[in-house]
Design a protein around this ligand. Structure first.
Ligand code: ZN
Length: 463
């Protein structure tokens, strides 16, 4: 009996011990896992640039999924002086529960003048703590520090070139100097932006900006130079300009069934080609939708330009050729006596003998040499600082992308590829993303008066 009693008592003790252990272990484990968790809060910040203007925003958020955020502190430190931008505490729902805020957005507006911050470097400091019991109830802490540069002044913009007499559809050049490095600067002709580039003068703050006056320019359009620095401060300056009017002609082009039967099959595989529609509809698609798409493809090359003037003297035109169509001719297309389509001809058509050699109009770098829809086999040459020439409807191309060509080098042979009705060269020029009248660039005295003398005058001013 005694033995049995002893046994019972031992078993009770055992269960008591297990119970006691569970009573300690379970809450301890719970505290360890939840209240003593060691995950630090996450700080996410989106500052557009390291260089900021006088008024700027600090945006982002802090995140702490496990315990919630306890405290968030943000300051700007400059020349040993600390300006606290935010010092906020977030509560919990109760002693054993996590914080009420697991994700707190950061949205602060800094007004440098009001806060007596000065031009130059400052240190943005962010500290955040969570509701974890770690570190004797201090919580897990994350700290973030970043140097920012306060730039409160707008760039000073001085126009160095004078006399900008430009024709509708023509080209112009402005030369200007900036007081500081800018993220973007150039000439605006209404909404059309023509970037300026440094690199021609030793002084890297002097920029050349070739610009175009669209053929359909409206005289109310504003023309000015604008520069934005790295902090986003900007300056704007008008400059003397005179826009010469120019009349462009209208032309009727009759579309025959023979022409359609010859040309349409070439475009069958073009994206979006209306295979099931009539010949007329197919032509309209090619002349409008495809033309726009192809022009877009050509003009995108303007961005590939290099900061150097590759060209010299007047641009050459196709030797022994006759002009068949002009720049900015308004073309009305008639089929069976009805007007079916319209287009503006953004180049000059030159006809010589069949498969005539096509020389580069001036020195430059090949930026495009491939088939391009209505333009057929097409070559584009970069002449530097956004100025480009193009050669379309070639029967054959003998250059490749990135080839450097000298003025007069043969780049291909004339032909009828694309939407050409007979063997000819479609020659075009463009600045950045706007087609310009090539006639000006064939004229040595126009180039001297409007481009080279301007560049030389500035050179004599600054060197
Ligand atoms: Zn043409």
């Amino acid at each position: 009996m005694m033995f049995k009693k002893k046994d019972k008592g031992r078993r009770l003790k055992k269960w008591l011990f297990i119970g006691l252990c569970l009573l300690i272990i379970i809450p301890s484990a719970w505290i360890l896992v939840t209240k003593l968790e060691g995950d630090k809060p996450v700080i996410q910040l989106s500052l557009q640039s390291r260089v900021v203007p006088a008024d700027f925003e600090i945006n982002g958020f802090v995140d702490d999924k496990k315990s919630g955020i306890r405290k968030l502190w943000i300051s700007l430190m400059q020349n040993g002086k600390e300006t606290v931008l935010l010092d906020e505490e977030y509560s919990t729902r109760g002693f054993l529960q996590k914080g009420t805020v697991t994700r707190a957005p950061i949205k602060l507006t800094v007004d440098a003048k009001k806060m007596c911050l000065s031009e130059g470097a400052a240190r943005l400091r962010i500290a955040v703590w969570d509701h974890s019991w770690r570190d004797w109830w201090e919580g897990n802490q994350s700290y973030f520090e970043k140097e920012i540069i306060l730039d409160t002044k707008s760039p000073v913009l001085s126009v160095l070139s004078s006399q900008h007499n430009v024709s509708k559809g023509g080209s112009g050049l402005a030369v200007y100097k900036l007081s500081e490095q800018c993220s973007q600067s150039g000439v605006f002709v209404g909404d059309d932006f023509f970037p300026g580039y440094p690199g021609y003068y030793d002084d890297q703050n002097i920029y050349l900006a070739f610009f175009a006056i669209p053929f359909d320019y409206d005289k109310k359009t504003d023309i000015y130079i604008k520069a934005s620095d790295l902090a986003g401060n900007h300056s704007r300056s008008g400059f003397y300009h005179y826009i010469r009017n120019k009349k462009f002609i209208s032309d009727i082009i009759k579309i025959s069934d023979n022409f359609l039967n010859w040309k349409l099959p070439e475009f069958q595989s073009v994206d979006g080609f209306p295979v099931d529609k009539s010949s007329k509809d197919k032509f309209v698609f090619i002349n409008k939708t495809l033309r726009d798409r192809n022009n877009h493809m050509i003009l995108a090359n303007g961005q590939k330009t290099e900061n150097q003037i590759f060209w010299k003297d007047a641009f050459g035109r196709l030797p022994n050729s006759a002009r068949r169509a002009n720049f900015a001719d308004h073309r009305v297309y008639k089929y069976n006596g009805n007007v079916i389509s319209n287009a503006v001809h953004m180049g000059i058509d030159l006809a010589s003998v069949k498969h005539a050699e096509v020389p580069a109009a001036n020195s430059g770098k090949i930026v495009f040499a491939a088939d391009n829809g209505i333009y057929g086999n097409l070559v584009c040459i970069d002449h530097g600082f956004g100025l480009m020439s193009l050669y379309a409807h070639l029967s054959r191309m003998v250059v490749n992308n990135d080839d450097l060509v000298a003025k007069g080098d043969i780049i291909g042979y004339t032909g009828t590829s694309g939407l050409a009705g007979g063997d000819h060269l479609h020659f075009g020029m463009f600045i950045d993303h706007v087609f310009v009248n090539p006639v000006e660039w064939w004229d040595a005295s126009w180039i001297n008066n409007n481009i080279t003398s301007k560049i030389e005058t500035v050179k004599s001013m600054v060197q």
